[in-house]
Design a protein around this ligand. Structure first.
Ligand code: BES
Ligand code: MN
Ligand code: ZN
Length: 493
C-alpha cells in the first residue's frame, strides 16, 4: 500500500474514491467542493438521511467524472472532534474502502479539527488504520485469504506548505507499520514454529536486511555467564534457549544506548505449576515482548534516527518435564541473588532478571523491559492501557507521553518498596512470587531488584499484546509507543 500527498483542489483531484468528512450532518469543505462539480449527489444523499450522524458511519456515493466515488464519513457532532471519534472514522473508512472497487483513494479528512491533534497526527491515524486493515496472517493456511484489503494507494490532501511534513509523517507511519507487521507475524506464529531458534533467526534476518549487528548467545555462553535463573526456566524444554542482542548504532560510540529487553517465552505451559487447559493456546503470545523489540528495531533501522539502540530478547520455552524445575527449587541468578522458585509459572521474571543483569555491560542511558508478565495486570488495567512501572518520574512522563502520542497508551502503576515484603523467602534471597494481591506490582518489584544499575522501566503488556475471541491475534503493541519513545530520545519525534 502506497501513501503520498496531494495538493490540488478536491474537485480537480482525479481519484477512484474521495474520502470526505461530514460533521454534525453537514458536508465539510472538500465534500461541498466535490459536490458542486458533481451536481449535488452528495447533498441529495445527506438530505435523504442516508448517513447516520454517529462517528464512524460511512456512505458511498457514486459520482463519475474526475472523482469516481465519494466516501462520506461521519465524524460526530461535537464542535471539536474528539480523538476517538476521528480514529473510529478512520477505521470505518478503511473498512468501507476495501469493500469498493476503487484502486486508489484520496483523503480530505485533514480539514477535520481534532482536539489537541495536528494534521500530521490525522495523516498517521489514517495511514496506520489502512495498514492495520490490510494486515493478514496466512502463513499457516493452505489457501490465501481472498477478502479485499483496500486500495493500492492512498493520497492525503493537504496545503503545499504542509506537503513535506505530511510526506515525512507517512514515511514514518510506513516504517512503523512494517515493524508492527513483523511483531504481529511473530506473535501469531504457533509455538511449534516460532521457537527460540526461530526468534534468533528472525533477528539475524532483520540484521542482514536492515544493517543491524546481531549476536546470539547459546546455552554454553549463558552457563559461563552464570545465568542460573534463565537456564532454570529453559531446562524443562527440549528446545535450546537463546539470548539475542541486536544493535542499531545511529549516534556516536560515546552516546549511551537505550536498551529494550523483551520477554520471549515461545510457549508458556506454566511448567510443573501447569496452567489450566482453557485458552492455553494463547500462551504462544508469551513472546510478544520479544516481538515488540524486534518490531521496534525494524522501524528504527528504517527511519535511521541519531540514537543508539540495543534490543535484547531472552527466548526459551516453559515446559513441564522430567528435567523441569520443581516448585521450591532454589537457583542462583547472574546477579548472585538466589531465588526460590515457588511457582514455575512465574517464569517471565526469571528469564528477565538475568537479561537485566546482562545489559549492565552496555552502560545504558535507559532500559525498558517489555513482557506479557502477569494475568494480574489484565485484571488491574484491562486491555486498553499497558502497565508502566518505574521509580523514575522523568522516564514515566516520557513513556506515558510516547504512549499517548502514538495511540498506544500505558498507565503508571506503583512500585513502592513496601510491596517488596511479599517476596520474602525463608530459603533464598527472594521468592519468585508474592501473594495474589497486587500481582503485577510484586512482579515488577522482583524485576526492580535486578535493575539497580541504570534508569529502568517495565511495561507489562499482558492485557494489550494480543486480542482474544473472534479477532484473536497479535496487536503489535507496544511497538508504536517504543518507536515514539526512541525517536523522541533522538529528538526526531
Ligand atoms: N505469561 C503469563 C502471564 C499472562 C497470563 C499473560 C495470562 C496474559 C494472560 C505469566 O508467565 C504467568 O503465568 N504469570 C502468572 C504469575 C503468577 C504465577 C504469580 C499469572 O499471572 O498467573
Ligand atoms: Mn507463566
Ligand atoms: Zn509467561
Amino acid at each position: 500500500m502506497q501513501f503520498s500527498t496531494k495538493t490540488s483542489a478536491p474537485e480537480k483531484t482525479r481519484t477512484g474514491c474521495a474520502i470526505v468528512a461530514v460533521h454534525a450532518g453537514k458536508p465539510g469543505a472538500a465534500a461541498r467542493a466535490i459536490d458542486a462539480q458533481a451536481g449535488g449527489a452528495i447533498d441529495a444523499a445527506l438530505a435523504r438521511g442516508d448517513l447516520p450522524a454517529k462517528a464512524g458511519s460511512t456512505l458511498l456515493v457514486g459520482l463519475g467524472g474526475a472523482v469516481e466515488r465519494a466516501l462520506l464519513v461521519s465524524v460526530g457532532d461535537e464542535a471539536i472532534v474528539p480523538e476517538k471519534a476521528f480514529s473510529d472514522a478512520a477505521r470505518a473508512v478503511v473498512r468501507a474502502l476495501a469493500a469498493t472497487g476503487a484502486k486508489d483513494a484520496v483523503s480530505w479528512l485533514g480539514e477535520v479539527e481534532v482536539a489537541g491533534r495536528d494534521l500530521r497526527w490525522k495523516a498517521r491515524a489514517l495511514a496506520l488504520a489502512a495498514r492495520e486493515a490490510a494486515y493478514r496472517f496466512e502463513r499457516m493456511k493452505s489457501k490465501r485469504d481472498a477478502s479485499p484489503r483496500g486500495p493500492h494507494a492512498i493520497a492525503f490532501g493537504c496545503d503545499r506548505a504542509q506537503a513535506a511534513a505530511i510526506g515525512a509523517e507517512l514515511k514514518a507511519a510506513t516504517a512503523l507499520a512494517g515493524g508492527m507487521d513483523l511483531a504481529k507475524d511473530l506473535g501469531n506464529l504457533p509455538g511449534n514454529v516460532c521457537t527460540p531458534a526461530y526468534l534468533a533467526d528472525a533477528a539475524k534476518k532483520l540484521g542482514r536486511e536492515h544493517g543491524l549487528k546481531v549476536e546470539v548467545l547459546e546455552r554454553k555462553q549463558m552457563e559461563a555467564l552464570k545465568m542460573g535463573s534463565l537456564l532454570a526456566v529453559a531446562q524443562g524444554s527440549a528446545l535450546a534457549p537463546k539470548l539475542v542482542v541486536m544493535r542499531y548504532d545511529g549516534a556516536g560510540p560515546k552516546q549511551a544506548p537505550i536498551v529494550l529487553v523483551g520477554k520471549g517465552i515461545t510457549f508458556d505451559t506454566g511448567g510443573i505449576s501447569i496452567k489450566p487447559a482453557a485458552e492455553m493456546d494463547e500462551m504462544k503470545f508469551d513472546m510478544c515482548g520479544a516481538a515488540s523489540v524486534l518490531g521496534t528495531m525494524r522501524a528504527i533501522a528504517e527511519l535511521k534516527p541519531k540514537v543508539n539502540l540495543i534490543g535484547v530478547i531472552a527466548a526459551c520455552e516453559n515446559m513441564p518435564s522430567g528435567t523441569a524445575t520443581r516448585p521450591g527449587d532454589v537457583v542462583t541468578s547472574m546477579s548472585g541473588q538466589t531465588i526460590e522458585i515457588l511457582n514455575t509459572d512465574a517464569e517471565g521474571r526469571l528469564i528477565l532478571c538475568d537479561a537485566l543483569t546482562y545489559v549492565e555491560r552496555f552502560k545504558p542511558a535507559a532500559v525498558v523491559d517489555i513482557a506479557t508478565l502477569t494475568g494480574a495486570c489484565v485484571i488491574a488495567l484491562g486491555h486498553h492501557h499497558s502497565g508502566l512501572f518505574t521509580k523514575s518520574d522523568a522516564l514515566a512522563a516520557e513513556l506515558s507521553a510516547a504512549g499517548r502520542d502514538s495511540a498506544d497508551p500505558c498507565w503508571r502503576m506503583p512500585l513502592d518498596d513496601e510491596y517488596q515484603d511479599a517476596l520474602k523467602s525463608n530459603f533464598a534471597d527472594v521468592a519468585n512470587v508474592g501473594g495474589r494481591a497486587g500481582g503485577s506490582i510484586t512482579a515488577a518489584c522482583f524485576l526492580a531488584r535486578f535493575a539497580k544499575a541504570y534508569e529502568w522501566a517495565h511495561l507489562d503488556i499482558a492485557g494489550t499484546a494480543w486480542k482474544s475471541g473472534a479477532a484473536k491475534g497479535s496487536s503489535a503493541r507496544p511497538v508504536p509507543l517504543l518507536t515514539r519513545f526512541v525517536l523522541g530520545r533522538a529528538g526526531a519525534a
